[in-house]
Design a protein. Structure first.
Length: 467
């Protein structure tokens, strides 16, 4: 007899007894059997009413059971999901905070210099939001904009065939505008060979474009592992520049410098402009929060803003993540004003989520890894590890925070992490380098230290302030 059949038979017999055996059953057994009792209409309605559900419909409208005409909190909660979106890039200009200087430089490089642009910086620094906003501005100026997110297996032919499919053939100078294929909606991809093609053949088509300008955005370019793909891109940039084509590329990816992203290719250095995407300044963090306040009808107390600025370390992703969770904590308490206690509760949720992303070894070490005497050094190590490849040295740790740390404290913290199996140590060109075994660990450490600082009642995060 199968397992489920055996269990079902046992439960059936338990229900059919005269109660003698049931009277001797343990309380735990009674609780287990209770759900098998018939559920009346009133009980069923009560259970359905208390069952979890979405607060809003797929039309971004409050669900009937969640609506409360006497309170604005439900509407604020709904608006909050659009005001602070840590899991998604910002795509609308009215929600884009700061970065106007780099946006001006980016537009100038494209429009005034007719250059191709490479945007690079750390993860979560806002590169994708920046290129989405750029795309909207370019479309307003009648550019044809094509956006593609690169992956490890990106293929040159697939990416650019898809790009050209969005551009009508009428913009090809070599084609008669009255030709049948043009009037029937043909696109530039129809000019490509049926099989594979290279950068030269693509460049021939792009060089013949007239009557418009085309902006091709290749986001997450760092994820591309195919060296042939990268070589084709370099050749295409050179070809487009040499022929003054009305097509320009914007590459965006995680890198510490221009060479890390595009390699050392002297032939295209004069054709591209590299723009590092910096961390947000304090006034830009305040602008980001102010936009969220305006959009959702919330208010962040001054002390809460101070904590967000210190903990986010200039990362728009982190700023939105903290704001989102802190605002939810305030709304759950029936308030629209967010204070330090809400930041504390929000950080607790973020730390729990961060721990769930760790592998078994790292997660097992979580309860003991942060001690009061090692917290500042661990915070500095977490910041130092925020490089594109995760590699760092003791010197970077010492310079990570505004308040210098003793070399002995740094060495002790590094030894402790290595003893826990959390970091590895390598020797590179007479330098000792470290790297976390679990790439999610630096984020966990940084957020956990911040949580402990705030939970301990600190009124200012001086030892969280980055250099």
């Amino acid at each position: 007899m199968g397992f489920f059949s055996t269990v079902w038979t046992w439960l059936s017999r338990a229900q059919l007894t005269d109660g003698t055996a049931d009277a001797q059953a343990t309380p735990e057994r009674r609780v287990d059997l209770a759900p098998l009792s018939p559920i009346g209409p009133t009980d069923a309605h009560s259970r359905e009413a208390s069952f979890p559900g979405f607060r809003a419909t797929a039309l971004d409208q409050l669900a009937t059971q969640a609506a409360d005409p006497s309170s604005r909190l439900a509407h604020i909660r709904l608006a909050l999901n659009d005001a602070f979106t840590p899991a998604q890039p910002v795509t609308e200009r009215r929600r884009f905070a700061g970065r106007l200087d780099i946006l001006v430089r980016l537009i100038s490089a494209l429009e005034d210099q007719r250059a191709h642009v490479v945007l690079y910086g750390e993860r979560g620094i806002g590169k994708t939001s920046l290129v989405h906003v750029l795309a909207g501005i370019a479309r307003d100026s009648r550019y044809h904009v094509a956006y593609a997110s690169c992956g490890a297996g990106a293929r040159f032919q697939d990416v650019f065939r898809s790009v050209l499919q969005d551009i009508p053939m009428i913009y090809a100078a070599s084609v008669d505008p009255a030709a049948t294929e043009v009037t029937q909606g043909a696109n530039l991809a129809d000019l490509l060979p049926k099989g594979s093609f290279d950068a030269r053949q693509l460049g021939d088509i792009c060089a013949g474009i007239t009557g418009t300008r085309i902006l091709i955005i290749l986001d997450e370019y760092d994820r591309t592992e195919d060296a042939i793909f990268r070589q084709h891109i370099a050749e295409l940039i050179k070809n487009l520049s040499d022929r003054a084509a009305r097509v320009q590329l914007v590459l965006a990816g995680v890198a510490g410098n221009l060479q890390e992203l595009v390699g050392y290719i002297p032939s295209i250095r004069r054709n591209i402009v590299g723009l590092p995407v910096p961390r947000l300044a304090r006034k830009e963090v305040e602008a980001l929060i102010a936009i969220g306040e305006r959009e959702a009808g919330l208010e962040f107390a001054a002390e809460a803003v101070n904590w967000i600025d210190q903990v986010c370390h200039g990362s728009p992703y982190l700023a939105r993540l903290i704001c989102h969770h802190a605002a939810l904590a305030a709304l759950d308490a029936g308030r629209r004003i967010i204070g330090p206690d809400d930041i504390r509760l929000g950080l607790a949720q973020i730390v729990e989520d961060a721990a769930n992303r760790l592998g078994p070894v790292a997660r097992a070490a979580c309860p003991d890894v942060i001690q009061p005497d090692t917290a500042p050094a661990l915070a500095a190590i977490a910041l130092a590890a925020a490089t594109p490849d995760g590699s760092f040295g003791a010197a970077e740790v010492g310079a990570a925070l505004a308040e210098p740390l003793p070399a002995k404290a740094i060495a002790s913290a590094l030894d402790h992490l290595q003893a826990q199996g959390l970091i590895g140590r390598t020797q590179e060109a007479e330098r000792t380098r470290f790297r976390f075994q679990d790439e999610a660990m630096p984020f966990y450490l940084w957020m956990a230290v911040a949580q402990k600082r705030l939970a301990a009642g600190a009124t200012q995060g001086s030892n969280l302030r980055a250099a």
